[in-house]
Design a protein around this ligand. Structure first.
Ligand code: NAD
Length: 370
């Protein structure tokens, strides 16, 4: 079996398989690594060669049985039919790859669809990557704020602790809270999910309660009603003016991110404060966010990164590669048992497989218009 590791496009610095992961995966077959695939994440071609990988050109992808990538693969045209593709496919947005995968009989796995269960945690790329994004958002916010974060008493006076508000306490939000706490800030957070309160409080932050009878108790949030949004806005209007840093991470899978901070709310923020919007790829939680740009309004910096994980590409690649290796190990075990991929009943594999044998086989995507 030939396993191919893609070099990502120039806007993506991560690599899906690191040399350590390649060493692990080599028990399943030979590893072909596209030239300079790991360069921007800090892994050289020699690092890959030292664990037995062969450095190849992109056109050699036609020889592959399995292709590993980070994001939606741009060269599906050059991949042979029946190849197994494993990456983040952005299946809700990227219908073109879905169409191509179907047309070319590819076995396309979409890592976004790995269940958020305890058993699947060690393969869950969304969690590992969101965690690092949350950490980095807190670090970057401290970098751009022209104030210190911890309380500092000096002979020249006292530097008060900065106030940080995190909106959305999922994986990224919780890591942003924990990081800002470690940096010494006074941190509060809120989320529509009731279960988030306990998690926020367990890491030492204050949970901002929204006075509303409605809240969520599922794993993922859904769109909230107009009355909840009004209550949420009223609460936020009362806490926002005190904040030095706001980090927003609120998302709804497959939908546009909710607008939580309106233009006029930014105007009430302190001059010099910083807002980092981690939900910008799906539209952003702040009305003024421009994806991949820094906007300055009313003396507030509204920052959105094109890909914040590029700033921590080494560790992001290591964790991604660990997740993907665990996923492939499980897939191989299941393939040994059942020769036909579409008959695998194992829950993680089944819920992640998008297309097989010219069909969309995933329940969530059957019947989508291509
Ligand atoms: P996400 O990226 O989809 O969303 C981030 C957060 O934004 C979520 O907590 C969501 O509730 C919140 N949110 C959405 N709309 C909001 C609004 N209008 N106002 C405020 N907050 C809003 O979330 P995620 O980080 O991918 O996590 C999703 C879920 O999966 C969470 O419940 C998390 O606990 C769970 N999870 C479970 C495991 C596990 O192994 N058991 C692993 C990872 C994640």
């Amino acid at each position: 079996m030939k396993l191919f590791v893609l070099k990502e496009p120039k806007w993506e610095h991560r690599v899906s398989v690191t040399p350590d992961a390649a060493k692990f995966l080599s028990k399943f077959g030979s590893i072909l690594v596209e030239k300079s695939a790991g360069e921007r994440a800090g892994f050289s071609d020699d690092d890959y060669k030292s664990v037995g990988c062969v450095i190849v050109k992109q056109r050699d992808i036609g020889d592959a049985d399995v292709v590993f990538g980070i994001g939606p693969i741009r060269c599906l045209d050059s991949v042979n039919g029946w190849t197994i593709i494993i990456c983040l496919q952005e299946p809700y947005e990227n219908r073109e790859n879905l169409r191509l995968a179907k047309e070319k009989n590819l076995a396309m796995f979409s890592l976004e669809l790995i269940p958020r269960s305890t058993r699947a945690q060690y393969m869950d790329v969304l969690s590992s990557q969101s965690s690092l994004a949350g950490y980095k958002a807190a670090i970057e916010s401290a970098h751009f704020l022209r104030k210190g974060l911890p309380l500092m008493m000096t002979t020249a006076g006292t530097v008060p602790a900065a106030k940080v508000l995190v909106i959305g306490a999922g994986v990224a939000g919780l890591q942003a809270i924990a990081t800002a706490k470690r940096l010494g800030a006074i941190v509060s957070a809120f989320d529509v999910r009731t279960s988030a309160k306990e998690q926020v409080e367990s890491i030492g932050a204050k949970f901002v309660e929204v006075e509303s009878v409605e809240s969520e108790d599922g794993i993922y949030a859904t769109e909230m009603t107009a009355s909840y949004q009004t209550a949420q806005e009223a609460k936020l209007r009362s806490v926002i003016p005190a904040q030095d840093i706001i980090i927003t991470t609120a998302q709804i899978p497959g939908k546009k991110a909710p607008i939580i901070i309106k233009k006029d709310m930014v105007a009430t923020m302190k001059r010099g404060s910083v807002l980092i919007d981690l939900a910008s790829k799906t539209g952003g939680n702040c009305e003024l966010t421009k994806h991949g740009e820094t906007v300055s309004e009313h003396g507030v910096l509204i920052i959105s990164f094109d890909n914040i994980l590029n700033l921590i590409a080494y560790d992001a690649s290591r964790l991604f590669a660990k997740n993907v290796s665990a996923f492939f190990e499980l897939l191989s075990k299941e393939m040994e048992k059942t020769k036909n991929l579409s008959q695998i009943e194992e829950e993680i594999i089944k819920s992640t497989l998008l297309t097989f044998d010219g069909e969309i086989v995933n329940e969530k995507f059957k019947g989508v218009c291509l």
